[in-house]
Design a protein around this ligand. Structure first.
Ligand code: 5GP
Length: 183
């Protein structure tokens, strides 16, 4: 079986990555989203094993020690990481696997897996991004400010990604991404 493609899928907090991802999965059944591990607390409505595997710091560090991550990084005081084995199993089954990860992890994957496809999702404007991040109502002010300053840092990495896709409309953006991965 032809091995699937590995896609690094990155975008600023609040850019609408999740909404575009939902469209991608509706439109293309070859696409799978890797479930990451995190030490962040679950948000209302999030379930262990669905959005993330929610671990405490010592469990996360144990996995680091066992070399279980394809990549991992800290973001706004929490660890986030991609379990490697699950990703390779899906790729071996011919599935196209998306890693919805931030820039430090994205850079690690590009280095380790040079054949990956890297896509950066960009907002129509940064005013719009702040509005969306606040409108979501899932984070307190301190967290919002941290995430907005992370945006400034992340901007520096956009140039290392092969593709930038504008999220002006989630379905349009999803179709553009599907064209990219099947090219
Ligand atoms: P959130 O807390 O909003 O779910 O995610 C915060 C940031 O961490 C987002 O940019 C998200 O893409 C990123 N992220 C989620 N999972 C991983 C992961 O496994 N590795 C890395 N490096 N970043 C991740």
């Amino acid at each position: 079986m032809k091995r699937g493609k590995l896609v690094v899928y990155t975008g600023y907090s609040g850019v609408g990555k999740g909404t575009v991802m939902k469209k991608l999965r509706e439109l293309d059944d070859s696409i799978r989203l890797s479930v990451s591990c995190t030490t962040r607390k679950p948000r209302e409505g999030e379930t262990h094993g669905v959005e993330y595997y929610f671990l405490d710091k010592s469990e996360f560090q144990k996995l680091i020690g066992e070399d279980g991550f394809l990549e991992y990084a800290t973001y706004c005081d929490n660890f986030y990481g991609t379990p490697e084995k699950a990703v390779d199993e899906m790729l071996d089954n011919g599935l196209n696997v998306f890693l919805e990860i931030e820039v430090q992890g994205g850079m690690q994957v590009m280095k380790k897996r040079p054949d990956c496809i890297s896509i950066f999702i960009v907002p129509p404007s940064f005013e719009e991004l702040e509005r969306r991040l606040r409108g979501r109502g899932t984070e307190d002010e301190e967290t919002i400010l941290k995430r907005l300053s992370a945006v400034e840092e992340e901007k520096k990495y956009q140039k290392y990604y092969t593709y930038s896709v504008l999220n002006d409309d989630p379905e349009r953006a999803a179709r553009e991404i599907i064209d990219i991965i099947h090219k």
